[in-house]
Ligand binder design. Structure first.
Ligand code: GRF
Length: 192
């Protein structure tokens, strides 16, 4: 049975785009169906991209709302979609334990660093400013913490040839776009 998934975004949505492409005509085609793209920001660029794919989109603004109140609204919104997994693809918001327990072990995130070394926003800037020769991209389960959930898979990113932050980001995002779908495919195939 194909997994029913929702992609959560807050902005650009390039990882979402890569997953939608793979779900439509690539390696995710036989393992999942993207039934929803959700955003907590109405100005998220990725919402327009999702519409171009003909994917259902929903948005609830999180602005000024208490974490639990907002998450309760989102949980209600998601119920009819009968989701197997929620994939965070640039979703810039911590999830409350209310939300985590509603989708226990079913929420996956991609992080542009080794989550053991760097958490939060700006993983590529951190690697660039530290003058690292290599950094990592991590796909992990999501818990209540900031990038603290169990690691599913990590890939090394050689940035020794990058002289600007833009180069690091371009190289990193190219890896993210390939890696995320591959990891999800493996997960969806092995999980009941
Ligand atoms: C990516 O670097 C991802 O790893 C991080 O946020 C960024 C989102 O970019 N969680 P995009 O919206 O997928 O283009």
């Amino acid at each position: 049975m194909k997994k029913r998934i929702a992609l959560f975004i807050s902005g650009r949505g390039s990882n979402m785009d890569a997953i939608l492409r793979q779900a439509r005509e690539g390696i995710l085609r036989d393992v999942c169906r993207v039934v929803l793209v959700f955003s907590n920001r109405s100005d998220a660029k990725g919402l327009q991209t999702a519409k171009c794919y003909g994917i259902k989109t929903e948005c609830i603004s999180s602005k000024g709302k208490k974490r639990e109140d907002f998450d309760r609204e989102v949980i209600e919104l998601l119920k009819p979609y009968d989701l197997d997994y929620i994939i965070l693809a640039g979703y810039m918001r911590l999830l409350s334990s209310l939300f985590i327990s509603a989708y226990k072990d079913r929420i996956i995130n991609i992080h542009p660093a080794d989550t053991k070394s760097f958490q939060g926003v700006g993983g590529y800037s951190w690697a660039f400013e530290q003058d690292l020769k290599k950094t990592y991209v991590t796909v992990h389960y999501v818990d209540e913490g900031m990038d603290t959930g169990d690691i599913i898979e990590q890939r090394e990113l050689d940035i020794s040839d990058c002289t600007t932050l833009e180069e690091v980001e371009t190289k990193g995002l190219a890896l993210e776009h390939k890696m995320f779908s591959k990891v999800l495919k493996k997960l969806f195939e092995t999980e009941k």
